[in-house]
Design a protein around this ligand. Sequence first.
Ligand code: AMP
Ligand code: MG
Length: 355
Amino acid sequence: MTKIVRLDPLNPDLNVIKEVADIVRNGGLCAFPTETVYGLGADAFNPKAITKVYEVKGRPKDNPLILHIDSLKMFNELTSDVPEIAYMIASKLWPGPITLILKKSNLVPNEVTANLPTVAIRCPAHPIALKLISSLGRPVAAPSANISGKPSPTKAEHVVRDLMGLVDVIIDGGDTFFGIESTIIDLTVNPPVLLRPGPITPEDITRILGIEVIVPPVARGYEEAKVALSPGVKYRHYSPNTPLILIELDNYEDLVKLANIVLNKALELRIKGYNVAVVASSETLNHYRSKGFPVINLGSRNNLFEVAHNLFKALREVDELGVDIALVEGFNDNVGLGIAIMNRLRKAASERLCY
Ligand code: AMP
Ligand code: MG
């Protein structure tokens, strides 16, 4: 039985938080909102509960979890050999959407880190998440609250669809704020390496902390390229069930060019007999709608926070349209949140077409 409780995201009822913390303390699983996406939380020090998290999500055993903390006290308990830069980042950017990879302490169970000598730690800014951790008095291990491979949940309804009946409680705290998962940086190496782009961009880190961050190809979402539309062998990550074709340009200045390329591809597929939908920015969407294609609006190219916020919801909506194929417009991955958006789109896409 899964209990659903609704909480005011900015001013949550502490009695309800306490009830949920008790469930987690007794080895239960709880889905809760964070400022990034919804998390599926368990007591970080309870290996049985951690194992349940992997089972419920169908998560590969070698994909470690992030520990969510509320204080430097917890941080110090979980880590060892911490470089000074970690404290600088923590003091400037926590609570917030950035996760640090550090050497783990002996207190961290191997189930959490998939036997790695390192641990991923974040202090979330969402009042519900923070109060839940404080009420429990222990770190909360939490991956995103979706079935592994599906788009991350940005609304309680997404969690309900994926995990109803599989977890003990789902806290409905409304839409998450950023809508994409945290930035992850590896601080066990110098200079630090970006492992996953998120709401805090590499430029933000450089501007705020005066340090360079290495951005490897994997952070842009490369190295997981898949073969198009090959039934049965589709590798899944953030993916809708519907095949998704990502249209990439080397330059997004000319939106008329982008819209014409996407429209021509849509028309070509329609002639072959496919029902096609287009996931597009608000600037170009009428180009496709006017030719009768169903469209999903990601928001404006001039506001990448809006696009990031809408991204996973849009990927879930693709399946609701009941089309054969969806095309999605690419974004410039060299500016701001573009890299975080393109990381998800490249992983979600079954095929990438570059122009
Ligand atoms: P999720 O919470 O589902 O967004 O997934 C957590 C992410 O953190 C995954 O991409 C993990 O690979 C990453 N992660 C967790 N722990 C570590 C670690 N010790 N080293 C590197 N990456 C990690
Ligand atoms: Mg995830």
